[in-house]
Design a protein around this ligand. Structure first.
Ligand code: EPZ
Length: 422
């Protein structure tokens, strides 16, 4: 397995270009199942999760021409509606094929996604919503077997809690359903908005895009013809690089960002003492010698994103005083705490809140990535730890960061990908 060898102490400088958003690309790739004609997706991030989902489409019989950031997909050739365990267990977001497969083909089998390091990750809200659209759902042998032989019917869906994937699955299911679907308490993340825009641009009437209430007029089973989709910039990758600039007391410029999408991270960094210069689609962070502690509560968009929690914790580790970080979305998203403490951090957990006491120095050590965002937090801490840090199990990182070590070394970090000796 690969690991990253990082020697701390360098300040960073220069420019970094943000890639397309993994969490926008995944539902958009799933949505191509709603069409039997070719559709082109551009600005895809070059990460493992994208390749995994494109592989699933080909396993279903779809045809995919994929070259790093561009994919031409034609799902007119789909012959199977069974999303097998070997793929879904690699990436739980594969569950996003459930809604489109069911609404287009009237029946599908999708392996239950495993949980993951950050939590049990149930899909009960997805299934309940599909049942209210007329589907019958059976769980057998680790698979969701969904049937709607006469097609799905529009329904009024009220989500008990805001779910990004659940909202996305139902938007895709509703697109080909018979009649009107209303989703109340819908997620309104930028990634959900782009999915809605893709489906609206194919001629489906959607009201309330960007709000917590969506109304979708289904096509009644008619497949869609999509325009080319240019994936929005990755707001979490952008936030991660802003934290890299802040933790190393550097000035760096991020290109291809959407400021609105990263406003909560900018606000929090400003409250800590960071200053910025914003241009049309770029943002520069400036060096700041004395950062102030931060209090964070993770919330659904536009609140502070749970996917930035670990990265801000790494930053808070080096800030004099005490920062409090409350994780409200996932029950186990503090796996990075023990690894950060191995580098010399002083973090205490009490239920869903972490108390981070600032320390003057971190010391390089061998640490282990446990999930995607925890991995990036360990890399951030390693950038300022004295000596060498080896971040292991970086297959987690490769799922969602496009060339992290290449982008960081171009900014001046001492970071190398190495192979573990057998
Ligand atoms: C999406 O996951 C993102 N993944 C996650 O990013 C992100 O952390 C999460 O949304 C929250 O913003 C993708 O978009 C591919 P949820 P998702 O359904 O859709 C509970 C990353 O690092 N819930 O909004 O799975 C659930 O357990 C990843 O890029 C139910 O109880 O998240 C969680 O506590 C990590 N029942 C909460 O809702 C359900 O049926 C939010 O989950 C569905 C969800």
């Amino acid at each position: 397995m690969d690991y990253l060898e990082i020697v701390g102490g360098n300040t960073l400088s220069g420019d970094v270009t943000i890639s397309g958003a993994k969490n926008a690309a995944l539902p958009i790739i799933a949505a191509t199942i709603l069409s039997d004609q070719e559709v082109t997706l551009t600005n895809l991030p070059n990460v493992v999760d994208i390749r995994t989902l494109l592989k699933l489409l080909t396993m279903l019989g779809g045809s995919v021409a994929h070259d790093k950031t561009v994919a031409k997909i034609n799902n007119g050739t789909i012959t199977s509606t069974k999303a097998v365990y070997e793929i879904v267990s690699q990436m739980r977001a594969s569950i996003l094929v459930l809604g489109p497969l069911l609404s287009r083909f009237g029946e599908c089998e999708v392996s239950l996604p495993g949980g993951c390091a950050i939590g049990q990750r149930p899909i009960d809200l997805h299934l309940k919503a599909l049942e209210s659209m007329g589907a019958t759902i059976e769980i057998k042998g680790g698979y969701v077997h969904a049937m709607a032989p006469d097609g799905l019917k529009g329904a009024k869906i009220i989500f008990d809690k805001i779910t990004v994937g659940g909202t996305e699955n139902i938007i895709m299911a509703a697109a080909l359903a018979h009649g009107t679907t209303t989703i109340i308490n819908a997620a309104k993340e930028p990634e959900v908005v782009q999915l809605c825009e893709m489906i609206r641009d194919a001629g489906i009437q959607i009201e309330g895009i960007g709000t917590n209430e969506l109304t979708i007029e289904g096509s009644g089973g008619k497949t869609l013809k999509f325009q080319t989709v240019n994936i929005i910039p990755d707001r979490i990758e952008a936030g991660t690089y802003l934290c890299a600039g802040a933790i190393t007391n550097s000035s760096i410029t991020l290109h291809k960002v959407n400021h609105t999408h990263i406003q909560s991270s900018i606000d929090k960094l400003e409250s800590m003492g960071c200053t910025f210069e914003l241009h049309e689609d770029s943002i520069t962070i400036f060096p700041v010698t004395h950062l102030k502690p931060v209090n964070l509560i993770t919330m659904e968009y536009p609140g502070f994103p749970t996917d930035m929690q670990a990265q801000f914790m790494a930053l808070a580790v080096m800030v004099e005083g005490e920062s409090l970080i409350e994780e409200r979305l996932f029950e186990n998203r503090f796996m990075h705490v023990s690894e950060l403490n191995r580098l010399g951090a002083d973090i205490w957990l009490k239920g869903s809140t972490a108390a981070v006491k600032g320390v003057n120095e971190l010391y390089g050590a061998d640490v282990m990535a446990t999930d995607l965002r925890a991995s990036s937090a360990l890399v951030l801490a390693a950038l300022v730890a004295e000596g060498t840090t080896n971040v292991r199990r970086i297959y987690h990182l490769d799922r969602g960061y496009d060339n992290l070590e290449g982008k960081l070394s171009a900014l001046g970090a001492k970071i190398k990908r190495k192979k573990e000796s057998m």
